[in-house]
Write a protein that binds this ligand. Structure first.
Ligand code: TRP
Length: 465
């Protein structure tokens, strides 16, 4: 049914562009900034192992479900859920899943572009040689000075948001596809440079050991929770970003194969980035479990000491910026496409509306690094206690809204969509595999997410897993 329906927004030139775009979405700050420190804090290889399990149980089935729902409907997430539900004889109100997704994307973008803005600022500082021969204390002062200056943060944040919206406004083919076609190769080359440097100059053996020799004792429920949350975030699942890109996918290619390809590339990049970051971390005697500051506070210490560190530092932060940009477009494309469908606005006008909203929320996210650092607005809700606005945004999206969106998407694909539609849309695959997928999204995937969620809220016995 797919190619008979027209997309209002255009289509990718071919399926390889879809893989490029989806990989661009999944590879982002999550791979290069979050994965190394999350793995570092959760037992290294043990975390990697649990993460791989999460990909199989949750990642692949959900990604296939999103591509499927997108390609059959060729609409933005809210319209897709509404129209598919209607065609199955159910209520259009199912669109709420898509609406939550659109909102989640905007909220993620609000804090994502603050971090991406800081990354761009660091890129310029590295190029200018600010870190050269600074001692660790000097480097943490650079960080302090940067984040305590709201105007500087605001400038970089606004610039990043504006670039993202300009690409989106230019259209699916003219904007997204055209940019991705040169941004992705740039990213590949930069990653390769990092890996080559780590291999020749870093403590590569220790990095390999740290990431691949599992200590099974380290696996506990926190590790499972972190791994599941990370799987959602890094695979861009649970808010309709992949669904949206699936809506632009031409032809009849096998959805499972496309999912495997995207998941494979995303994991590969996370591992390569992890090896690069840890090789440098160990070589310069830095702490692998130092947390979110790992790439902004620890790595510059290494860049300061190495020869030509300013060049490598510049390339590293450039890599991070490019990766963030190709993800950012996928966070806002669903919102923009939805406004275009719903209110018949042009893409540029829709992008401006979305931009204004995200800018307003992002303002509070960036003030959480300075003026509003100790402002904890939601003390009455236990899960938000002691959290400032930035922390609330990251927690409520990555740990609450994305998993909820994921459960609902899986249940929708498993229970609302009829089996005949599945067979038609997945006609490139055998019935056995389709059946396995259907069982996953009907039962296994939602159950796994619920289980991990209950565990976090301490509603399960201590020693269950
Ligand atoms: N996957 C991206 C990263 O790893 C972030 C991202 C882009 C995302 N689109 C998303 C996360 C949609 C969740 C949902 O940085």
């Amino acid at each position: 049914m797919s190619d008979r329906r027209l997309s209002l927004h255009g289509l990718w030139s071919n399926r390889f562009v879809f893989v490029l775009a989806a990989t661009g979405s999944t590879v982002g700050l999550g791979n290069i900034w979050k994965f190394p420190y999350t793995a570092g804090q959760n037992g290294g290889a043990a975390f990697v192992l649990v993460y791989l399990a999460c990909i199989l149980i949750v990642g692949i089935p959900l990604m296939s479900a999103e591509i499927f729902l997108g390609r059959t409907s060729r609409r933005s997430p809210p319209t897709a859920f509404a129209e598919i539900a209607e065609s199955q004889g159910k209520s259009r109100h199912w669109m709420f899943i898509g609406l939550i997704g659109v909102l989640t994307g905007c909220l993620i973008m609000a804090f994502y572009s603050v971090i991406a803005g800081i990354t761009m600022g660091y890129m310029m500082r590295a190029a200018a040689g600010t870190f050269n021969s600074l001692d660790p204390k000097g480097i943490s002062e650079v960080w302090q000075e940067f984040v305590s200056d709201p105007e500087k943060l605001l400038g970089w944040f606004t610039l990043f948001l504006a670039i993202t919206l300009l690409i989106i406004a230019a259209g699916v083919k003219e904007g997204l596809e055209r940019c991705l076609k040169w941004l992705m190769p740039v990213m590949g080359v930069l990653l390769f440079v990092m890996l080559a440097y780590a291999f020749t100059h870093g403590d590569f053996d220790r990095a390999i050991n740290f990431m691949f020799k599992p200590n099974f004792d380290a696996i506990n429920s926190t590790v499972w929770l972190e791994a599941l949350g990370h799987a959602f975030f890094t695979l861009s699942l649970g808010m309709g970003a992949i669904l949206m890109y699936g809506a632009y996918l031409p032809g009849q290619s096998s959805i499972y194969r496309l999912s495997f390809a995207v998941v494979f590339f995303d994991t590969l990049v996370a591992i390569v980035a992890g090896l690069a970051v840890f090789s440098i971390t160990f070589e310069y005697g830095l702490d692998p479990v130092s947390g979110p500051g790992l790439v902004f506070q620890s790595l510059p210490i290494a860049f300061a000491q190495m020869t030509a560190g300013h060049a490598l530092g510049f390339l590293f932060f450039l890599l991070l910026t490019v990766a963030a940009l190709t993800s950012a477009v996928s966070l806002l494309e669903p919102a923009v496409a939805y406004i275009v469908e719903r209110w018949y606005l042009g893409r540029a006008a829709a992008a401006a509306v979305v931009g204004a909203g995200v800018w307003g929320v992002g303002l509070f996210a960036l003030l959480s690094f300075n003026v509003l650092k100790d402002f904890h607005p939601v003390e009455w809700l236990p899960i938000f206690q002691g959290k400032n606005i930035f922390d609330i945004l990251t927690y409520s999206t990555a740990s609450v809204l994305l998993p909820i969106g994921g459960i609902l998407t899986a249940l929708f694909a498993g229970w609302i969509v009829k089996w005949a539609v599945v067979c038609e849309e997945f006609n490139r695959s055998s019935v056995g595999i389709n059946l396995l997928w259907r069982i996953m999204v009907k039962f296994v995937t939602p159950a796994a997410i619920v289980l991990v969620g209950l565990k976090t809220l301490n509603l399960l016995p201590e020693d269950l897993f």
